[in-house]
Design a protein around this ligand. Sequence first.
Ligand SMILES: [Mg+2]
Length: 366
Amino acid sequence: MKIERIEAIPYSIPYTHPLRFASGEVHAAEHVLIRVHTDEGLVGTADAPPRPYTYGETQASIIAVVRDIFGPQLAGLDPLDREKAQQIMRRTIHNDTAKGAVDIALWDLIGQSLGTPVHQLLGGYADGMRVSHMLGFRPAAELLEEAQRFREQYGITTFKLKTGRRPLGLDVEAVHVLREGLGEEVEIYLDANRGWTANEALEVLRRTEGMGLTALEEPCDASEALSRRRLVQHSAIPIVGDESVPTPGDVSRELLSGGCNAICIKTARSGFTQATEILGLCTGLGVDVTMGNQIDTQIGSLATVTFGAAHEASQRRAGELSNFLDMADDLLAEPLVIRDGVIRVRETAGVGAVIDEDKLARYRQD
Ligand SMILES: [Mg+2]
């Protein structure tokens, strides 16, 4: 089996409402569908989400690097030779989500050609992942209403609160309102997307002490090295690295320098191959991981479930898998379902991301 060509198809699907974070705001999912074609007629599928505010990649840059560099360089390669593919893509620096999507599409091909689900090839630990739902910037009462609705409707009992606002009291108040309204049983953790300084984050932790928070993700810029190290040393809960640790090398640097003591893994930027390397680093060093969301579509979320459920360490904590609910539509032919707070892996050969061709024709922009 040989790679023949790689398609990079831009498409746009609107969100049901604008999504706001400390690092930016988005109105539509303007992503790139990656399709790797083989000489045997198999097609490996994955989704690449451009995040210029986080990684510097745009829809146009992902298309260009796949069309002009990865496509020609990978043509003729057997998808099973994953390490060769990794080395070829490594020659080009950065472009993390483009590389991640190509890698996932190659795993999809491997699974299809072997007639085996990829979650089994990766580890086969569990048949699904508990879902954590992300709560964006809104007044505290609305956040509580949303959390209660998601617990009722989907059985979700873990919530990530997006924070990083000033004055700090806004986020502190939201934590108190959520804890009071949701009770002790619900898990709540924070993600500030570098919105604070390390010292502001310490202040927030002091003012939310006793609220049962389980983690604080990317509180400040990782370049605030000394203050961030002090924050990690003084925090009673794990400080999670996310956008500061897109590659295994970044994970090593941040963990060993004390910049964080837990890691968010995102298959959208790491693919399955580098996500496996990162997971190995984290289990080897004894730190927690969470499976994060790059505001993924259902295709991207299915990839996260496939990887996250495959390993014991990556399915311990609930995965961030519900962002696709904010999209008005999706390209996946058979929609993802959240039942009793869980998304299940697909027991089909490959990853199982079958595309609805009519929808692709409707939303593609080329
Ligand atoms: Mg994050």
